[in-house]
Design a binder for this molecule. Structure first.
Ligand code: BDR
Ligand code: CA
Length: 308
């Protein structure tokens, strides 16, 4: 299977990209960027810079700069105004590919190989690709995504997780396609924290990408330390990347139907989980309810210290 990583880097997106690329386990066709944690000008720049630092020559595409309906929603309080912990990476020498991310996704879906999407940001690019060419509903083989909540415990509204909250219409389009989705929800990420031992190892990393990442993570760590009095990292997107690389990291899962609330006054962006199959629909999601933190920390440390 070939993979496209759709992403809004983003500190945890960076950890996911580094691990997906340096694990060598995924055949990655390209990285498509989307608005999200910060604006597209920074998400594209960060993706290009990470690829340059790893020196791997994976093409990077620019995509949607805003959600389908609502105003852009950013998370610079978590990721810094540059999306990379206010470290303001220098201008990359490599450039964006000349075609739009949406067209690249469509082109890849028409190739003979099976196609998987690893989505780490708002789902605008994927929804637009499906809107442009509906046959993608059958041509995309699977999506592994960091998105949504399993217990309505939100991180952006009381009930909604950022990637869904930042473009609920796009998420609704994608969840309604019937493409098999493996979903890593916010609650699972919270239960898979990386603690002081991993942070210590990350600070020791000597590779160019390791040093860039550990500088950027200090911003997040400071915020967490100030509010929680402890140092730990919640690298949500990393968990989704590890699930795509090695499904054995998932320790508990459920097959469920998931819909996205787009109208609720208080619940817009909620992922509604039909746990007891009250709708009687064919489940569209494998929900990852618990993952192996040690395995994930190990995969990330190997990747960040990998010399290309
Ligand atoms: C998700 O939102 C973003 O801030 C992170 O990059 C991650 O994709 C977590 O809710
Ligand atoms: Ca992200």
């Amino acid at each position: 299977m070939k993979w496209i990583i759709d992403t809004d880097p983003g500190i945890d997106d960076a950890s996911a990209i580094i691990t997906a690329v340096n694990s060598g386990a995924l055949d990655i066709l390209g990285i498509t960027c989307v608005h999200g944690n910060v604006g597209l000008e920074y998400t594209t720049r960060n993706a290009l810079k990470l690829i340059e630092l790893m020196d791997v020559g994976i093409p990077v595409y620019g995509g949607a700069s805003r959600p389908i309906l609502q105003k852009p929603e950013h998370a610079s309080y978590v990721h810094g105004t540059d999306g990379f912990g206010n470290t303001f990476l220098s201008e990359p020498n490599i450039k964006l590919e000349p075609i739009h991310a949406v067209d690249f996704i469509i082109e890849a879906a028409y190739a003979d190989d099976k196609l998987g999407l690893l989505t780490l940001g708002p789902l605008t690019n994927v929804a637009l690709a499906i809107a442009k060419d509906r046959s993608l509903e059958d041509r995309i083989d699977r999506i592994v995504m960091m998105a949504g909540t399993s217990r309505a415990r939100g991180n952006t509204s009381p009930v909604a997780e950022f990637n869904v909250f930042a473009d609920p219409e796009a998420a609704a389009v994608v969840f309604d396609t019937g493409i098999p989705i493996t979903m890593v929800p916010w609650e699972t990420c919270l239960d898979t924290l990386l603690g002081p031992d991993t942070i210590r190892e990350l600070r020791k990393s000597l590779t160019p990408v390791g040093q860039a990442f550990s500088n950027a993570m200090e911003f997040t760590l400071k915020g967490i330390e100030a509010s929680m009095g402890q140092e730990f990292l919640v690298l949500c997107d990393l968990i989704a990347a590890c699930v795509a690389i090695d499904p054995s990291v998932v320790k508990e899962k459920a097959s469920v139907t998931v819909r996205v609330e787009t109208c609720g006054r208080y619940s817009r962006g909620l992922t509604v989980i039909d746990e007891r199959n009250i709708e009687g629909a064919e489940p569209n999601v494998t929900l990852c309810l618990a993952c192996d933190r040690e395995q994930i920390a190990g995969m990330f440390l190997n990747a960040i210290n990998h010399q290309n």
